[in-house]
Design a binder for this molecule. Structure first.
Ligand SMILES: *Cc1c(COP(=O)(O)O)cnc(C)c1O
Length: 452
């Protein structure tokens, strides 16, 4: 069989609300051309993010009824801990309400002024938590990542020469840990090879630097290793996951991605003393160590989610669904970040709308066009999101993120049709002017008007 089908059937449906072009036009104007201001009921296909937007399985919903809501020592926690231990081999397993809570606890403990934290690419909340502690966050991804056309199979890899140079430059004493993000979200959901992880481990060992994963999409990364890296095709994804975690001293996880839940996170640590201090901070701001700011039922859903996410038929479908959208967009003439990543397709908006000068936000223009055409909500990942400091990012992208197990192939075919219509009119799309530019994280609340 050539067709990789959705490996599930649907037991509960959530109706979509159909919208008309006139309605969408009004909604877009009322939102001041910022899709974060649009109510979800006015969105037809929501590709804003894959974070916390997935569909849970019947077994996850069933598990929630077994939530033990005891304040201390809840059974739900011990089931959760056993599952995460089985997957990762870690002993110190702290539940948190989401990924950034794990990051905040970690960097409050190891960050601070004068410290430097390398990563392939820091996700925005990771960078923000590091900088909030007074430390510096440095991105060291390989140069191939900056070329959208380059089909490097592991474009998320960290550049080892850049890592060595950084250590040489600032001194190992100022680097509390080295992080690698799997898959590399900020760089197109691109995977990191096992070979690269092993090399980072060697460099860290040589300099006595702890090595951590930002492991939000650990299962998608392990699947890419299985299908792309020599020597792994016969290995179970579960084993590859374990091999990845065996290489590191700790990890932060947002379970809103590969935990297949709507809320939840994890902090993994090996060092006993660090784990004790992290537990104190967890109790201070999240909750007691056996619930970490979550309900017992949320822990149950995560436990089952971490089981389902390493099922290989699920991962084959997941990666293929994203790749299918990417291939069709390439066929239409869009330049995307190649090869397609695990959780999203990134369109090169600067190439698509080359008549719109960079200061007029070609990415945001494309986002608006997709909403107008089909009620599709994408997100700009370019100068609106990252250009607030006056330094536009190297790439002007529009991200179509795929929620897990939510949309069927015909939904994606609809997205492709709308994208075709937009592509045909791409040279007529108007640019934008920012009329209200907040100081921090401006993409969430900025306002625009159309020009030209
Ligand atoms: C989503 C994400 C985070 C933050 O997790 P939240 O659950 O949104 O707080 C951190 N790192 C990466 C790579 C992510 O994708």
């Amino acid at each position: 069989m050539k067709t990789i089908i959705e490996p599930f059937r649907i037991k509960v449906v959530e109706p979509l609300r159909m919208t008309t072009p006139a309605h969408r036009e009004q909604v877009l104007r009322e939102a001041r051309f910022n899709v974060f201001n649009i109510h979800s009921r006015d969105v037809l296909i929501d590709l804003l993010t894959d974070s916390g937007t997935g569909a849970m399985s019947s077994l996850q919903w069933a598990a929630m009824m077994q939530g033990d809501e005891s304040y201390a020592g809840a059974e739900s926690f011990f089931r959760f801990r056993a599952k995460v231990q089985e997957l990762t081999g870690f002993d110190h397993i702290l539940p948190t309400h989401q990924g950034r809570a794990s990051e905040r606890i970690l960097f409050e403990l190891v960050g601070g002024p004068g410290k430097v934290v390398p990563n392939n690419n820091h996700f925005d909340t990771t960078r923000a938590n590091i900088e909030h502690s007074g430390a510096e966050a440095v991105d060291l991804v390989i140069d191939e990542a900056l070329d959208p056309r380059c089909r490097h199979p592991f474009k998320g890899n960290i550049d080892l020469a850049k890592l060595e140079a950084l250590i040489e430059d600032v001194g190992a004493g100022r680097i509390p840990l080295c992080m690698v993000t799997v898959t590399n979200n900020s760089d197109g959901g691109q995977p990191v090879s096992m070979e690269n992880l092993k090399q980072v481990r060697r460099v860290c060992d040589r300099h006595g630097i702890p090595f951590f994963l930002d492991a939000c999409r650990f299962a998608e990364n392990a699947y890419f290793i299985k299908v792309r890296e020599q020597g792994y095709s016969n290995r179970a994804v579960r084993d590859i996951v374990r091999e990845m975690f065996d290489l590191v001293d700790g990890a932060t996880i947002s379970a809103k991605k590969d935990g297949l839940v709507n809320i939840g996170g994890v902090l993994l640590l090996r060092d006993d003393a660090l784990a004790e201090r992290a537990s104190s901070l967890l109790i201070l701001t999240e909750g007691f160590v056996t619930y970490g700011g979550l309900a017992g039922r949320d822990l149950e859903a995560m436990t089952q989610g971490f089981e389902e996410v390493v099922h290989e038929d699920y991962l084959a479908y997941r990666v293929r669904a994203t790749e299918y959208l990417g291939e069709r967009l390439l066929d239409l003439g869009y330049q995307i970040v190649e090869p397609p990543g695990g959780h999203a397709i990134y369109i090169d908006a600067a190439a698509c709308c080359n008549h719109i000068p960079a200061p007029c936000f070609p990415g945001q223009a494309l986002v608006c066009a997709l909403f107008r055409e089909g009620g599709i909500r994408a997100v700009e990942v370019g100068s609106v999101m990252f250009g607030g400091d006056g330094h536009p990012p190297p790439l002007e992208l529009v991200r179509l993120a795929i929620p897990r197990r939510v949309y069927t192939q015909s939904h994606i075919d609809y997205v492709i049709e709308a994208s075709a219509a937009v592509f045909a009119r791409r040279h007529e799309l108007p640019g934008l002017r920012m009329t209200n530019s907040p100081q921090y994280l401006r993409h969430f609340t900025a306002e625009f008007e159309e020009v030209g």
